[in-house]
Ligand binder design. Structure first.
Ligand code: PEP
Ligand code: MG
Length: 747
């Protein structure tokens, strides 16, 4: 049924469309809109306020207020009734404005003469663009339908503003996406880079907010929603048996896709004169603004889901998929809310930087970004709403800062920073083929960590002597089904080929904890980092481990092979893993396959317990590698993924260093080769200290090899050892200050 209000707002939108269709300049257009709304709503005043900068609103057009005040009257965010609408993102509807809390008298506008006030936020997808105000002399509260009509106009206004329809003096808004914005996020991967924005999922542009034919728009909406539902059902059936959280999200999607309330609201919007896509967007905007007010994490997530679903629906309706026809810039900086590891791998090394609104340091995307050595900033709030495809952007992965559309001073400061990095890189390149020998003549072996085929070229570039840790789980994480033995064997063979005879330490699958395979049944564990992970899974369900060991043996094709087991907490676990290897070798022998020329088997020392294993273990194990990331988290009982507690405990804390020194001594006494392959090995100050307490082999990100080698070559380990011992004797909590003092000038 079409009600009177629906025909009224349709009439209003019809006239608005005529104004939009006219070939008038920005200001004229704004003026026409205010006049039209004042007329249609039988009100004395209609004004449009738009943001001049982040916290200043400017009167950009008015019908009824003093025309001289246009572009003169400004107010700060939160100031007066208009400012309060903008700050809260909620409507103010009062019949007695002068006596309403927050009212501010502005003599230049002659505003005190108006009693009723209706202020509606002009916003798009939670982004506040301005305020649309309607005022009358008589004391009346605007009806629900009048409020609705104003909201619809505000939405069309937002859409037009975004499209830059008001270019000109009144276009505070279209200028908004030209202004510099700084995002303070967190570091995902160090490094600085510059380039142009490439939106992973560019937002859909709704070019026609008006309905020519409501019946047709309704049909379009229904068809699109049907397509959406089918799509969600397909995703659900594909995900069955997979990750529980993923399933939960999809279930929520399905619930929304079938929500009658959502559908009804969109149908009403269409009946009132909006196009199908504008109706979707209106409800999406309403949900986005609720999102800002909801504190409950679960509810926020659900609103997020609705947002995602609306985007999908918009893509169906507008035919603007990921394929928008835009051309990827030559120096793309990927901007996304979040991204999966497989999608990131698709982009590969073509990316110069990555900026995510969400993400976490331990996420798979971060692991890949690190593997590809692409600067990554995470938690850059609102970046996807601020950035436009092609915007110039600077990414400072060291500080976790992003400069979008930076001004010249920032660009030149950044250029200096990049030049310094380039200089340092040159310096590192000049020592690439030189050994990491300290001033007192100790030789340190520097290896690199890897996990993807794409890492291997860094072996030559970085000057690393081998791959000290090859995290095999990355290959499992980036697929959507369990890889086959033949696939793995081929991949490992290619890794060995690319290493050209340099040693590669393959670590068997370390899954569980934060690394959950999408195709494996998830385990609901209260504390997954200390749960069923790595070797524990491998020994309890040996199928995958056997397959992997066989793939490794076959990949070696008679070449030397090195394999290491992760997360060994007690002697027997290593012994059991070794028995698996013995069996695998025996099988290969029976099958007549060539066996590796030599086989080194080792264990990762990632739990304090292993440091106190019987001597027999140290004598039996082929080599040990300290997984400092895990070892430190269990030593201090501080979650490595929890920034708050992780930063609390310094790696150079005397207790931890003494503990590491104890491990070094035990390995020396038992002639057990020892290395360190956690992230700390790649930090020059930490690496120098590790060398000072006796570590002679370290494995790190390829980009760290140069900086670590550089500092080692300028360090006298006996002096540094003396400094560490003095600090310990003095009772210092951490040796960092004195070590920094010593190394100053050497960095
Ligand atoms: C470690 O724990 O230090 C380690 C190298 O393993 P991962 O970071 O893969 O857990
Ligand atoms: Mg570990």
């Amino acid at each position: 049924m079409v009600t009177k209000q629906e025909t009224d707002s349709r009439k209003l939108l019809g006239r608005l469309r005529e104004v939009m269709a006219e070939d008038s300049g920005g200001q004229t257009r704004l003026d026409q809109i205010t006049q039209l709304i004042a007329d249609e709503m039988h009100s004395d005043v209609c004004s449009i306020y738009l943001f001049r900068d982040e916290d200043t609103l400017e009167l950009c057009a008015t019908q009824g207020l003093n025309p001289e005040a246009v572009h003169e009257t400004r107010m700060r965010l939160g100031e007066g009734l208009v400012g309060s609408v903008a700050r809260k993102g909620t409507i103010v509807n009062t019949d007695d404005a002068p006596n309403t809390r927050g009212f501010r008298y502005m003599p230049e506008t002659g505003e005190e003469a108006y009693s009723s006030f209706l202020g509606v936020p002009v916003q798009r997808l939670g982004e506040m663009l301005g305020v649309l105000v309607v005022q009358s002399k008589d004391a009346r509260t605007y009806s629900e339908d009048e409020v609705y009509a104003t909201e619809v106009v505000a939405m069309v206004l937002a859409e037009m503003t975004e499209l830059g329809a008001f270019v000109g003096e009144g276009a505070a808004l279209s200028a908004r996406h030209q202004q510099p914005v700084l995002f303070q996020g967190s570091t995902g991967q160090e490094g600085a880079s510059r380039g142009h924005v490439w939106l992973h999922e560019p937002r859909v542009v709704v070019t026609n907010p008006f309905a020519d034919d409501p019946e047709r728009e309704l049909d379009r909406l229904h068809e699109a929603v049907e397509e959406l539902r089918v799509g969600v059902d397909k995703m659900l059936s594909r995900a069955k048996g997979g990750d529980k959280e993923h399933l939960q999200v999809l279930e929520a999607y399905r619930m929304f896709a079938n929500s009658k309330g959502w559908m009804r609201r969109m149908e009403e919007d269409i009946a009132r004169g909006l196009s199908a896509e504008a109706a979707v967007e209106k409800e999406q905007t309403a949900a986005s603004s609720r999102m800002g007010q909801v504190t409950d994490a679960y509810l926020r997530e659900r609103l997020h889901d609705l947002d995602d679903l609306s985007n999908r629906l918009l893509r169906i309706l507008t035919g603007q998929g990921t394929e928008t026809g835009a051309e990827m810039p030559a120096d793309p900086i990927l901007v996304a809310r979040n991204i999966g590891p497989a999608e990131l791998l698709d982009y590969g090394r073509s990316l110069k930087g990555i900026v995510l609104e969400e993400g976490s340091v331990g996420s798979h995307a971060a692991i890949i970004a690190r593997a590809l050595a692409i600067p990554l900033v995470i938690h850059a709030k609102r970046v996807t709403s601020e950035a436009l495809n092609g915007d110039f952007v600077l990414v400072d992965g060291d500080q976790g800062v992003v400069h979008l559309r930076p001004d010249d001073t920032v660009i030149s400061a950044f250029r200096d920073k990049m030049a310094m990095q380039a200089q340092a890189q040159e310096r590192y390149a000049s020592i690439r083929d030189k050994p990491a020998v300290t001033l007192d003549g100790s030789q340190i072996e520097l290896h690199m960590n890897a996990g993807l085929m794409a890492d291997l070229p860094s072996l030559d570039g970085s000057g690393a002597e081998g791959v000290g840790l090859f995290r095999t789980e990355l290959q499992f994480l980036v697929r959507n089904k369990l890889p086959k033995r033949a696939e793995l064997s081929e991949l490992y063979a290619r890794v060995m080929d690319a290493a050209h005879g340099k040693r590669v330490v393959f670590r068997t699958l370390d899954i569980g904890s934060d690394k959950v395979l999408p195709y494996m049944k998830p385990n609901d564990e209260p504390n997954p980092a200390m749960g069923w992970r790595a070797i524990r899974v491998g020994l309890d369900k040996p199928g995958v481990m056997r397959m992997q060991l066989q793939a490794l043996l076959r990949a070696a094709q008679g070449r030397p092979l090195t394999v290491m087991f992760p997360f060994v907490a007690q002697m027997e676990e290593y012994a059991a893993a070794r028995r698996e290897m013995d069996k695998a070798i025996e099988r290969e022998r029976i099958l007549g396959h060539p066996l590796p020329e030599t086989l080194e088997l080792g264990a990762m020392l990632e739990t304090p317990s292993l440091a106190y294993a019987p001597d027999k273990f140290f004598e039996d194990v082929g080599f040990l590698s300290i997984g400092g990331n895990d070892l430190k988290q269990f030593f201090f009982a501080a979650d490595r993924e929890n920034e708050r507690v992780r930063k609390r405990y310094d790696t150079l804390n005397v207790s931890f260093l003494s503990f590491l020194e104890r491990i070094v001594e035990r390995c020396k006494a038992t002639h057990t080769p020892l290395s360190f392959c956690g992230e700390d090995a790649g930090r020059p100050v930490e690496a120098a200290c590790f060398a000072a307490i006796g570590l002679r082999t370290m494995s790190m990100r390829p980009a760290s090899v140069g900086p670590v080698k550089s500092i080692l070559r300028r360090t006298d380990l006996s002096e540094l050892r003396g400094i560490i011992h003095e600090a310990r004797a003095r009772g210092d909590q951490t040796v960092r200050p004195v070590v920094l003092e010593y190394l100053r000038g050497k960095l």
